[in-house]
Each structure stands twice: as structure tokens, then as C-alpha cells.
Design a protein around this ligand. Structure first.
Ligand SMILES: Nc1ncnc2c1ncn2[C@@H]1O[C@H](COP(=O)(O)OP(=O)(O)O)[C@@H](O)[C@H]1O
Ligand SMILES: Nc1ccn([C@H]2C[C@H](O)[C@@H](COP(=O)(O)OP(=O)(O)O)O2)c(=O)n1
Length: 231
């Protein structure tokens, strides 16, 4: 629930990065809602451009083919943490971007520099226009997209905890298969040349393996409030 203090506080930019299943989306949405900030899911944008490539028959194993059309889809992200929305060329793609097919191809598409340049520009312009501040979650927000963010958080968790959380979501998914797929995607995201998944030197690292979601939210809200008090 947003408080009166939140409505009058100075704008604050929060970057939350980390690998898959560490709690970035759940934490970012809750913190933004509680503090009256906008919210941006940058993974959804990479998923949306990947969905467009797949839907238009682009060979996602060919970086030059991806680069040639990277500027074509019109991706629009909503920033309401209580109702995150994403459209491509006017079509709501919030469901289709979560399929296994998109998940298995998103690392290859998001490694292409032309894709990153385009999406990064979009992210910076959304962050700039958030009057009361924003929580932006992803892989390279603290290092590349918003290096001057007021607060940078890097969430981690053991592969076992992350796989258990993910297979809980994908009902009936095998734990071992989920763990392997997740580690494969992390390795691809961490080893790409352009803005890989990485912790910024000035980010606060929070290991969420043994914390409840509520504990992680409280920890981040406290860190944001401390930052705001010094602004
Ligand atoms: N600290 C936590 N303890 C238990 N489950 C969690 C925790 N944080 C997140 N989850 C759950 O794990 C799943 C993945 O979380 P999510 O926020 O989507 O992670 P990410 O955005 O980093 O991939 C969700 O079902 C979420 O409810
Ligand atoms: N800032 C970002 C955000 C996501 N990506 C890429 C790499 C990720 O594997 C995919 C999907 O991100 P997403 O946050 O939706 O992934 P999870 O829901 O955590 O599994 O997008 C990126 O390259 N840079």
C-alpha cells in the first residue's frame, strides 16, 4: 500500500539485476507498488522482440539476420507495477512471451548488439520520463542501462532454490530439467560480449536462497528509503 510519505518523496531510480529465479520481478513489482514508483520489466522487452523474430520466421541462430530487422517491431511497455503490460505492434503479448519456445531463444536474440542498443535506448527513455522514480529489473541495468541509478541491487540464489521456484511456476516441470535450462541461460547471458549479466561494483548483493519473498521486499524497501533520506 502506497503511503503519503511515498507520494511526496524525491524521485528515485532503482536498478535490480540478477539471474533467473532470484526474485527480481516479484520483488521489483512489490517495491514499486509500495513506494509509488513506476516499474519496468526489461526481460519482458527482450522476450517481446524474440517473440516477434520467431513469429516472423527470422532465423534466430543467425545474428546478422536478427540485426537487420532489430528496428522493426514497435515495443511498448506499461510501467504500472500492479498491471504490467507489453505490446508489440499493438498486440498484447504478455502471455506469448512466456512460452518455452521464447524462453529457449531469448538469450540468442538478446546477445545481438543491435537488439541491445535499441532496447537500451527504449529503457533509458522510459526511466527518464518516470516522474516519481522507477524500479527497473534486468541483467545489465546497474552496469550499462542506468549506471547512475540511486540504488543498485544484485539478487542471487542457489541454483537449487531458483530451479525449485521456477518448476513451481511451470506446473509439473521436472526439477533437474528446469535447473539445467536455467543454468544454460545464465551461462549464455553472462558470457555474451555486449553488456552481459553482471553485478555492478557499487551494487548491494542480496542472497535470497533462504529468505522469504516478503523478507526480500522489506530489505529492498529499507534500502530505498535510506537512499531517499539522503537525497
Ligand atoms: N524469496 C523467495 N522465496 C520463495 N519464492 C520466491 C522468492 N522470490 C521469488 N519467489 C518465487 O519464485 C518465482 C520466480 O520469481 P521471479 O520474481 O519471477 O524471479 P526472476 O524475475 O528473478 O526470474 C516466483 O514464482 C516467485 O513467487
Ligand atoms: N536487461 C536484460 C533483461 C533480460 N535479458 C535477457 C536475458 C534473459 O535470459 C532474458 C529473459 O529475461 P527475464 O527477466 O524475463 O527472465 P526470467 O523471467 O528471470 O527467467 O532476457 C537481457 O539480456 N538483459
Amino acid at each position: 500500500m502506497e503511503t503519503t510519505a511515498a507520494r511526496t518523496a524525491p524521485a528515485v531510480i532503482v536498478a535490480i539485476d540478477g539471474p533467473s529465479g532470484t526474485g527480481k520481478s516479484s520483488t521489483s513489482k512489490a517495491v514499486a507498488a509500495q513506494l509509488g514508483l513506476s516499474y519496468l520489466d526489461t526481460g519482458a522487452q527482450y522476450r517481446a522482440i524474440t517473440w516477434w523474430m520467431v513469429s516472423n520466421g527470422i532465423d534466430v541462430t543467425d545474428p546478422s539476420e536478427i540485426a537487420a530487422v532489430a528496428g522493426k517491431p514497435d515495443i511498448v511497455s506499461g510501467t504500472n507495477p500492479s498491471a504490467p503490460a507489453i505490446t508489440v505492434d499493438g498486440t498484447d503479448v504478455s502471455g506469448p512471451i512466456r512460452t518455452q519456445e521464447v524462453t529457449s531463444k531469448v538469450s540468442a536474440v538478446s546477445a545481438v548488439p543491435e537488439v541491445r542498443a535499441r532496447i537500451t535506448e527504449l529503457q533509458r527513455s522510459i526511466a527518464k520520463s518516470a516522474e516519481r522514480g522507477i524500479v527497473v529489473e534486468g541483467r545489465d541495468i546497474g552496469t550499462t542501462v542506468l549506471p547512475d541509478a540511486d540504488l543498485k541491487i544484485f539478487l542471487t540464489a542457489s541454483p537449487e532454490a531458483r530451479a525449485a521456484r521456477r518448476s513451481g511456476e511451470l506446473k509439473g516441470a521436472d526439477l533437474h530439467t528446469t535447473r539445467e535450462a536455467l543454468l544454460k541461460r545464465d551461462a549464455a547471458d553472462s558470457s555474451r560480449k555486449t553488456s552481459p549479466l553482471a553485478k555492478a561494483d557499487d551494487a548491494v548483493e542480496v542472497d535470497t536462497s533462504d529468505l522469504t519473498l516478503q523478507q526480500v521486499i522489506e530489505c529492498v524497501v529499507t534500502l530505498v528509503e535510506e537512499k531517499r533520506a539522503t537525497k
